[in-house]
Design a protein around this ligand. Sequence first.
Ligand code: MF3
Ligand code: CO
Length: 249
Amino acid sequence: MISIKSEREIELMRHAGHINYLTHEEIKKYLKPGVKTEELDKIAHDFILKNDCTPSCLGYEGFPKSICVSINDEVVHGIPGKRKIKNGDIVSIDFCVRYKGYESDSARTYIVGDVPRDIKNLVENTREALNIGLSKVKSGVKIGDISHAIEEFAHSKGLGVVEDLVGHGIGTNMHEEPDVPNFGEANTGVTLKSGMTIAIEPMLTLGGKEVCLTDQDDWVIVTMDESPSAHFEHTVVVTENGYEILTGE
Ligand code: MF3
Ligand code: CO
């Protein structure tokens, strides 16, 4: 079942999304070479609680921390710990913030210091892929239109499109129907309607599309070919004429 949110529900998601945005801005201040990923987690955790919200990744299916920090070839679900960020890393920060029972989900990838041109392009084009996906959103459009636009753009830039992980509906649960893949055929799938809330999240690579778990834990997902990967995500509400980003400025 795909739920249509009421204006009251959207207002709660708007607030969750706003705190999500402010938490990203707070983390950004500390994202420098030498910082431990668990320090970023603590900054985010404390900030979310101080704003009367819940860091809903913490404990989600047993996830042990409040944010995901995924570095270089790690695609998603990196677990914060003692590891330090280094010059030349690309760092994806992804987390959910809950307010009065409603979720928001957003991810960004940062370039730390100097990286080669191709990796810089990967990050910039993944941000652009999210914008291209967003630009399709409006009542009456099909999910496949978003998926296809993202895939076509990524391939035009020579990037790999991760298929094993997808965007999703969101609301009282972090993951709801429908799936929002980053690949597929235009004019297929679920038709968007005003009041649906979805998270669009392209995950692109400098190599192939294949990903796998490591043998270190049951969470972190890496590219099979060890190529770097970037990830951007926003939670949006579909409107008659387009969309409103709930996790934006
Ligand atoms: N944006 C991530 C997702 O949709 C959030 C994961 S939280 C975690 O999977 F707890 F699962 F890590
Ligand atoms: Co998500």
